[in-house]
Design a protein around this ligand. Structure first.
Ligand code: C5P
Length: 304
């Protein structure tokens, strides 16, 4: 245990591909997804303290719980149990990633907490151990820990790193209030049962996305993007369809919903194009907030 405060940060992600298979008996869906970690970070500062306490500042802080419902709290309990230490720490989450936006903000916080507490408590957990704990916290948490670009299978927690041949520039447009991930998956199941979308036995392939990320021009990646959660999210929130059309009309190379939404990810050629697109979309007032990001960036790590 160090006497000092320790800070770790972890990135947001978007899914360049999110192919969703049928519902499994455990309530999760089999996924084939390609994650890209982008330059929007939450940080978690861990300080010595008696028992656990969580405080939240920054973006959407008012909607983030500060009790056991926060993944950071559960991350602390899991790591303490794994390492055989007392779960004593005061944790402060400084948020830049909008909450419930399909950007894995809660997962980033959990991953950053694991890294910060491992350092604070001197538990020296291996990356493999941290990744196993992360998978127990949520399907996206192992990727928040790993960062970069990765193919995710299983429920998204089984990762294989993917090479990115260049930096990718994306405008993230957050449209409206947060969307509940389970509600979007449940809507997909309803649309499938009604025969309104393909049933998920024939998953979109990952190879075109992986090949484009490795060596393609941005137009090739734009053509390969796909997200099976886009149709159900738009069914629940028709204005998301308008947001996708607005980003397309404003000149993005490719546009898709990030994860379960309500963030729209617009892929552009380069940083200058990203700044121009964000300015156009800001003037149109379609989005609650816009972020210009690039990736890949590393996963959860200590700062300072
Ligand atoms: O793993 P995580 O806690 O982030 O998942 C939240 C919810 O999203 C799950 O309870 C489930 O309803 C849905 N989900 C799913 N299939 C996945 C990942 C998440 O159905 N592969």
């Amino acid at each position: 245990m160090t006497a000092e405060a320790v800070t770790a940060r972890a990135p947001a992600k978007f899914n360049a591909l999110l192919a969703v298979g049928p519902l499994r008996p455990d309530g999760f869906h089999e996924l084939r997804t390609v994650y890209l970690a982008v330059s929007l970070f939450d940080s978690v500062t861990a300080r010595p303290g008696e028992g656990l306490a969580v405080a939240v500042t920054g973006e959407d802080a008012e909607v983030v719980p500060t009790d056991r419902r926060n993944l950071v709290w559960r991350a602390a309990e899991l790591l303490a149990e794994h390492a055989g230490v007392r779960a004593d720490a005061h944790l402060e989450i400084a948020k830049s990633i909008p909450a419930a936006a399909g950007l894995a903000g809660g997962s980033a916080d959990a991953a950053a907490a694991l890294v910060a507490l491992d350092a604070l408590w001197g538990t020296r957990a291996s990356r493999a151990d941290l990744s196993a704990l992360a998978a127990r916290l949520g399907s996206d948490v192992p990727f928040s820990l790993l960062g970069g670009v990765a193919l995710g299978t299983g429920r998204g927690e089984q990762l294989a790193p993917v090479l990115a041949g260049r930096s990718w520039h994306v405008v993230l447009g957050i449209a409206g209030e947060g969307l509940s991930t389970p509600a979007v998956y449940a809507e997909l199941d309803r649309l499938r049962a009604a025969g309104r979308v393909p049933d998920g036995t024939d998953l979109l392939p990952a190879e075109p996305v992986i090949a484009a990320l490795r060596s393609g021009p941005p137009a090739a990646l734009a053509a390969a993007l796909g997200n099976d959660l886009q149709a159900p999210a738009i069914a629940l929130r028709p204005e998301l369809g308008r947001a996708v059309r607005a980003a397309t009309a404003a000149g993005a190379l490719g546009v898709l919903l990030s994860g379960s939404g309500p963030t729209v990810a617009a892929l552009v050629q380069d940083e200058a194009a990203a700044v121009r697109l964000a300015a156009t979309l800001a003037a149109e007032g379609v989005f609650r907030t816009l972020r210009v990001v690039s990736g890949p960036v590393p996963g959860a790590r200590l700062v300072g």
